[in-house]
Design a protein around this ligand. Sequence first.
Ligand code: GLA
Length: 610
Amino acid sequence: MNAISRRGFLGSIAAGGAAAMLPRTVLAQAGSTRGLTVHGDQFLLDGKPFQIISGAIHYFRIHPDQWRDRLSRLRALGLNTVETYVAWNFHEGHEFTGWRDLRRFITTAGELGLKVVVRPGPYICAEWDFGGFPARLLADRDLHLRCSDPAYTKEVDAWFGRLLPQLVPLQATRGGPVIAVQVENEYGSFGNDQDHLRHLADLLRGHGIDSLLFCSNGTADYMLRGGTLPGVLSTANFDGDPTGPLADLRRFQPQGPLWCTEYWDGWFDHWGEHHHTTDPANTTAMVDKMLAAGASVNLYMAAGGTNFEWYAGANYDEGHASYQPTVTSYDYDSPVSESGELTAKFTALRSVIGKYAPLPTGPLPVAPQRLSPQSFHTNGSAGLLDSLDRLSRPARRAAPVPMEDLGQSFGLVHYRARVQGPRSTATLRVTGLADRALVFLDGKPVGVLDRNTPKQGVAVTIGGSSAVLDLLVDTGGRVNFGQQLADRKGISGPVMLGGQALYGWEIRPLPLDDLDHLRFSTGAAPTGPAFHRASVRVDSPADGFLALPGWQKGLVWLNGFLLGRYWEVGPQRTLYAPAPLWRKGTNEVLVLELHRPGDHLELRDHPDLG
Ligand code: GLA
């Protein structure tokens, strides 16, 4: 008997007395026939054979007023199931209401005839800031993520204690749509702490999750071994030809249904790299191959959505020691686009899915409505450095600390120190910078420091008896994959002028979550980082795409909601502004441009992702 069943958490898969004791054999179901169960090499749903034809859609990436629309598009694609992660940091400090009403999302899917697979992590990867972890975990230097460390376990226990009661009543074992729940996420790509995985499975069972559990991983042997648990279904994540990966999975798990829990039908983009797309015909042929082999599949993503607000994640390329921030769009080249269009990939996939499952009858959902294009100008601005007192209160520290140490989860951080002079030219360098620092001396811009070029400094000369040094730190998303997850934002190390560390800092968290106190003036726009506001009239709300030609880097709010980051390096050129965020009549667009504003903004009727 394995540890899970010994502790009495008998799930739907761990009750078969006669099954062979192979290391990773999924035991046959005996007893209950409700919900999703395993029988030999196939799934049964309520006792009848079931092939999971699923697609990923993240409720946290789609405005809640559009959940039903997007889910009905996925049903129209022919899917019988949808899959979502749960992003812990999205729920941190909030009730399960409004955009965070996970039960409503799942119930809506159920109403449309879709089953639901839930991946509660707590680590989710997903190109989402810090893989879904709340930033405050980074304030504890002794906490080790994703292992049996007691400090981490305590946090996870508390979070699951809040989350799982939301899910328990929605399980198919109790008449709801939830058919399966994942344990951790691709754990074998990260570590080998089996006790940790077992603890998570026990937590799920202990809170009443009696649905099928699964562990999904890449198919390298060490990943499957490190990332799975005896008695829990192993599934595989991959792209391209399914033949090899499914054979790897079969070798590892000689018995049980084959399930590709992430079939990457597209991919995400980093700032400064190219836009990723995949060929619809090829993707569809591979999905056809998988379904013909009797495997179950989850298309990752089926409807990608958007990394609104500060939630885009990042990768870290260990080989090149390079930080790679993810763009605001999470379109993913998925069959249902970021703005809800049914793409060529949708059409191709639908025709294949129709071979294996009945397609819903009736017309396909119509294309979402779009606003008419227009150009508009800003009508006021407020310099950021002039507005510091309206935005935040300073903390004083001898040495610089990152935002997490000041209780800040997202945003920018401003650091100020007075440096004695006169001083001949020396190089200013920042250790532990995440991710860029705009450097000012007595209010004048003197250069930009970048995390990816740590050796490059800025030359600083102090003519008089002292000078004020300002460092405005601009942040990308936190790393969401690999061993560099503890991606604290701001400045974590010493600021060096030549060989001397600078002390005596005034640090201002800039979460930018309350911009009501800014004072805008209409004359010439200030140089350097500044807020610029504009008004746009629309006759009736619909989807729009905001472009900032000639602007360099910053953030855009629409009627107070942060749409996300823009950056002239691309590939993304427009920001999706969904219909529910617009108002009939006048709308306020607010831009924080860090460098140099363009001379106008554009509302477009089509996306440009590069
Ligand atoms: C992995 C993760 C997902 C996502 C994809 C890439 O498979 O499990 O969360 O990060 O990679 O999009």
